[in-house]
Design a protein around this ligand. Structure first.
Ligand code: NAD
Length: 477
């Protein structure tokens, strides 16, 4: 019988009444394991354990918290290969991308091990004589973390590490499609000496576990990454319960290419941004906005480079693009590809591949306009709309004409265009001659508009979300 990977609650590995299969999207015969599918009672138990454990965790010397995070980071570092393989099997990104993500998770824990010791405060003179004012940051209490499938170790890491660093206790609910990496993280935190109840893992359906976390009166804050639809519901639930909330959601990220660009660099940049990681990145370049002077030459080169991408088994070192994460996601991508044709685009690629697993060829939508649904809605697959514009000014206007605002980019050799774009882009992250996806962990991550709400993730700024401010006035007499 296949062993069931259990939930981790109050320092114990706990059975749930049911379990779900975790199968590889590249090979449905590859059963990664059975993972517990918890319910609301498990959330209650996890929150109660977190609530009981949090005061001692917050009250311990910062060195204690720093040591746990550092040990977790070092263990992750030593397991990059193992974690990378698990990730590539369960999510489908290539082994090198998966190892890169595992390495990033390790670095995040090491970074926040240092941040524990740097939580800032301020002491100021009061306006009243003899009075001192002190501004400090305190943990929130129990925080609920809800994560998506597309970065199954990095996102749990970039939420868990700052939450714990700030002195909170955590209940993590990973995506149902990719519980394996989060389960491994729970094992690592246990081995790193994280005290009982400080970190809890509850796997299961979003509609049950996620909703129970959002509705729980003892959860002080929710940090969510996922789709805009679910994010809006969580925002409403948190407003109802007066909880602090952080949402990182979708994108329809523009990449502008102008006549001043190095064409080879622009093609390589767009190829990476649009199609790598099977386009399953919130920061993927899904709208390629190209000025008329170079449009045709660019389209020809990009289509050739895209068609030459090797799609296949993520564990094969030759593979550049792995499978789509699931059959449901693939069906959604194929619907959008059909829609692109209906809306009048010429579609290059995009067919389902005739092999076992959820594989599709990357797709380029030629002749797209920014008004089409395929240019406005997030597809979340290896599909990019190519939009022709007259000049830089129109490119900038089209880039900003979206409800989203996560990441944007420009390929240009013109300092004037690059500067103008950086200043006037309405995205939270702007890239010049770099793909819209691919960011550093020590600086803020996040967007605007329908992409993000409630404070930045990663870097030092992440600590703002996981702490509350206290202003204390003292009259010493
Ligand atoms: P999703 O919204 O379907 O699920 C995200 C998480 O929410 C999962 O753990 C899911 O189980 C849970 N969930 C589902 N229904 C819920 C409910 N009613 N209440 C509470 N929780 C619920 O998203 P997904 O398909 O896992 O991930 C893809 C999406 O994530 C894309 O839109 C992508 O752009 C976005 N994403 C954003 C970022 C970012 O930082 N902006 C990063 C990665 C992914």
């Amino acid at each position: 019988m296949t062993e069931i990977h259990r939930n981790y609650i109050a320092g114990d590995w706990v059975d749930a009444t049911t379990a779900a299969e975790n199968r590889s999207p590249s090979n449905p015969d590859d059963l990664i394991g059975l993972y517990a599918r918890g319910g609301a009672a498990d959330v209650d138990a996890a929150v109660a354990a977190a609530k009981a454990a949090q005061p001692a965790w917050a009250g311990a010397s910062p060195q204690v918290r720093s040591d746990v995070l550092r040990r977790a980071g070092e263990m992750l570092l030593a397991r990059v290969d193992e974690m990378g393989r698990l990730l590539a099997r369960e999510e489908g990104k290539t082994l090198s991308e998966a190892k890169g993500e595992a390495l990033r998770a390790a670095h995040l824990f090491l970074f926040y091990a240092g941040e524990v010791l740097r939580i800032p405060g301020e002491k100021l003179a009061s306006l009243r004589e003899g009075v001192e004012v002190e501004v400090t940051r305190e943990p929130l209490g129990v925080v609920g973390l809800i994560t998506p499938w597309n970065f199954p170790i990095a996102i749990p890491a970039w939420k868990t590490a700052p939450a714990l660093a700030a002195g909170n206790a955590v209940v993590l609910k990973p995506a149902d499609q990719t519980p394996g990496c989060a389960h491994r993280l729970a094992q690592i935190l246990e081995a790193a000496g994280c005290p009982m109840g400080v970190f809890n893992l509850v796997m299961g359906r979003g509609s049950e576990i996620g909703a129970a976390l959002v509705g729980h009166p003892d959860v002080a804050a929710i940090s969510f990454t996922g789709s805009e639809r679910v994010g809006r519901g969580i925002a409403r639930g948190c407003a109802e319960g007066m909880k602090k909330v952080q949402l990182e959601m979708g994108g329809k990220n523009p990449m502008v290419v102008t006549g001043a660009a190095d064409l080879e660099l622009a093609v390589a940049t767009c190829l990476n941004g649009a199609f790598f990681s099977t386009g399953q990145r919130c920061t993927a370049s899904s709208r390629l906005i190209v000025t008329a002077d170079i449009h045709d030459a660019f389209a020809e080169k990009l289509a050739a480079a895209m068609s030459a991408l090797r799609v296949g088994d993520p564990l094969d070192p030759e593979t550049q693009i792995g499978p789509v994460v699931s059959e449901a996601q693939l069906a959604g991508n194929l619907d959008y590809i059909a829609l692109a044709r209906d809306e009048g685009c010429e579609v290059i690629g995009g067919q389902r591949l005739n092999r076992k697993g959820s594989f599709q060829a990357p797709a380029l939508f030629l002749g797209a306009t920014n008004a089409m649904r395929v240019s406005r809605e997030e597809i979340f697959g290896p599909c990019a709309a190519l939009i022709k514009v007259a000049d830089f000014d129109e490119a900038l206007a089209v880039a900003n004409d979206t409800p989203f605002g996560l990441s944007s980019g420009i390929c240009t050799g013109s300092l004037k265009e690059a500067t103008e774009f950086r200043r006037r882009s309405k995205a939270g992250m702007v890239m010049v001659n770099l793909p819209t996806a691919g960011v550093d962990y020590h600086v803020p991550f996040g967007g605007r508009g329908a992409s993000s709400l409630g404070g930045r993730e990663q870097g030092r700024m992440a600590m703002d979300f996981y702490t509350g401010v206290k202003t204390a006035y003292t009259f010493a007499g």
